[in-house]
Every structure is written in C-alpha cells, then in structure tokens.
Ligand binder design. Structure first.
Ligand code: CO
Ligand code: CO
Ligand code: CO
Length: 349
C-alpha cells in the first residue's frame, strides 16, 4: 500500500489537469436522444440554457438551486484538493445568485490500495469549505475505484425573482471577472514540476477561495446576468452568456486578470489539451485582433477549475461594485462590456 507521504495525488489520475469534463459537442449528441421532458412551470432554469445550476420553484418566495460537480485530483495535497473541489461545486449556487444550504459528498477512492488518511484529508478540506459557506453536510456516497474522484452535489435556496441566469445580459452592461485566469496552464505546470512551493500555495488559495463574497457583493447592485468561469474557459462561458442573452460581448485582453507566469508557462508548452479544445470549439464565434498570437488566444480559452464569477452589471453600478469587491479583497477586474452588435459573438481587443 502506498502511504500518505509517498503518494502524488495528481499522478493517480489518468488524464487530470482540466477536470476533464465531456465537451459540449459530445454532450449535445448524447442529450439529443433523450425523450422531451414534460413541461413543468416550476422548472425555472433547466437543461436548455447551459446555465450553472437548475432552479425549481417550491413557492412564490422560495426556489431550490441544484448542482453537482466532481473531478480527479488537480493538486497533490489531499486537504487542498478537498477544499478546491468543494469551492468549485458550491460556486454554481453563487453563480445563480443563491445561498448554499446542504451538500452531499461524492467519493471514488481505491480504498484497498491507498492510505485511508488521504480520503480523510480530502473530506476534511471539503468540510471546512462547506462550513465557511454556511452550508450543512447531510450525507454522501462512495465507490471503490482505481482513480480517485471527489466532488459535491449542492442544494441552495433563492428567491424566484432574484435568479441570476446567464441569459439576461443587456447592451451597455459592464463585465466584471472576480478571479484571475490561467488555472489550467498552471495546474499542468505543477505536474511538470515547474512551480515553486509558494507559487503552488498561491494557486491553491485562488482555487479554494469561495465565490461567496463576490456573490454577496453583487446582491446590492443591478446585476443582469452571472455565470462562473470553469471548464470551458473565460471565452467559452462568456460565449454562453452572449448566446443565452442574444447580445455581443467585447473583452479587453489587457484588463483580464492573469495568474503569475501564465504567459511564460504557456510559451514553454504547458497549455493543456482541454484548453486547446476550448479554443477550437469557440474559434468561429470569436473575433480576435489579427496581431494576437496563438498563445494569448489559448490563455483566454484556458480551462479553469473553481474560477471566479463573470458578472454583467449595469454601466452606472460597475465602478462602485468593482470598488466594493476590491475593498473586500476580491481580485476582480473590469474586463469588457455587453454590446448590441454581433449577438452570440465575442470580440476581443
Ligand atoms: Co458554472
Ligand atoms: Co459546474
Ligand atoms: Co448564473
């Protein structure tokens, strides 16, 4: 049996790095063959808008927000992995404007060949984040599996009239992003032993940070749409917003907050396959400046784990919300705006 101290968690994952979600094209093909669901007037947000979580109305004042997310280890420290997986799963509740209420753990673990203390640490990391979010762990399910995987199913509450979908951004809105990007490139670099201990700690802290403060801050402003930036990358999620809201999105590359050394490590060849796939998938719907090289295009499409919120806020509120976010310690940036021209399309400058 490999013990706690010997195991590099990321080496146990067959692919790793990106969380390895099934791409949108494959998903669409699979879902196409499902029988059409009976229409239900209480299903406020369902499968059809590529939103962060489903929303189901219980009464005129209360709706459930439900989401689930799990993946293979992206860092070696099990406690950190638990924290990141939990922050990532809970994020989809925040992205809808909801408050997390209860969570269930989802566990796959090689229980006969791997030190059980590793799993204890993963669960402890998650439990700490769940507590920080003010939610309650109510149970879970585990299977014996060669490749460790971990995540949460999360249920939250929201007022049915205060749902922040990705489908209501308005021309004139400003776009605020609440965490730096480059996570896919940096986690790939960890596996190639390119990061110092301090750099790894910083990256872990960014991923383990809850989107709680960002979500609470946006409550007092005129926010029209919100999503969180995860596997499909900044451009991929911005494009979902552009399509869902039938608007154009303009992104200013120089204003997008980046993690340290992203450009350098991307140049060294550490852009993960998932990020390149993201680029291939969105390329036809994005106008990049002619002089922008492939590296910068990949960076904007880089697959993120536990990224920030992408918030579409009214023009008059944008500056004060940004200021309040920064005061609260959120590494936010004003990265672009919503425009009328080219609906369903992104323009990068
Ligand atoms: Co999401
Ligand atoms: Co998700
Ligand atoms: Co949303």
């Amino acid at each position: 049996m490999e013990t706690f101290e010997q195991v590099k968690l990321t080496s146990l994952s067959s692919k790793g790095g990106c969380g390895c979600k099934i791409g949108p094209a494959d998903l669409m093909e699979v879902l196409r063959n499902l029988p059409a669901a009976m229409p239900n007037r209480d299903l406020l947000v369902g499968l059809d808008t590529s939103d962060d979580a489903g929303v189901y109305r219980l009464t005129d004042e209360i709706a459930l927000v439900q989401t689930v997310d799990f993946f293979t280890p992206i860092v070696d420290d099990p406690y950190d992995f638990g924290q990141i997986a939990a922050a990532n799963a809970i994020s989809d509740i925040y992205a809808m404007g909801g408050k997390p209420l209860t969570v269930l753990n989802i566990v796959a673990f090689p229980i006969s060949t791997l030190d059980k203390r590793i799993l204890s640490e993963i669960l402890r990391g998650a439990a700490d984040k769940v507590q920080e979010a003010g939610a309650t762990l109510v149970g879970g399910h585990s299977i014996d599996d060669k490749e460790p995987k971990f995540g949460l199913a999360v249920t939250g509450l929201i007022h049915p009239e205060r749902i922040r979908t990705n489908a209501a951004a308005k021309p004139g809105d400003r776009l605020i992003l609440t965490k730096p990007i480059g996570v896919g490139i940096l986690t790939t670099s960890i596996k190639k032993e390119q990061l110092s201990l301090d750099e790894m700690k910083h990256l872990t802290k960014v991923m383990a940070t809850l989107n709680k403060t960002a979500a609470e801050t946006m409550e007092s402003y005129q926010v029209h749409a919100c999503t969180d930036v995860t596997g499909f990358g900044l451009i991929g999620h911005a494009l979902e917003m552009a399509k869902g809201s039938n608007v154009g999105v303009r992104i200013h590359k120089k204003d997008v907050p980046l993690l340290p050394r992203v450009r350098e490590l991307a140049e060294k060849g550490f852009v993960p396959g998932g990020s390149k796939n993201n680029f291939n998938h969105v390329e036809n719907h994005v106008t990049f400046p002619e002089e922008m090289d492939q590296i910068d295009r990949w960076i904007l499409c880089d697959a993120v784990t536990s990224g920030g919120l992408l918030i579409s806020v009214s023009e008059e509120d944008a500056e004060s919300m940004l200021e309040e976010l920064k005061q609260a310690g959120v590494e936010a940036g004003l990265i672009g705006e919503i425009v009328m021209e080219k609906p369903g399309h992104i323009i990068v400058d």
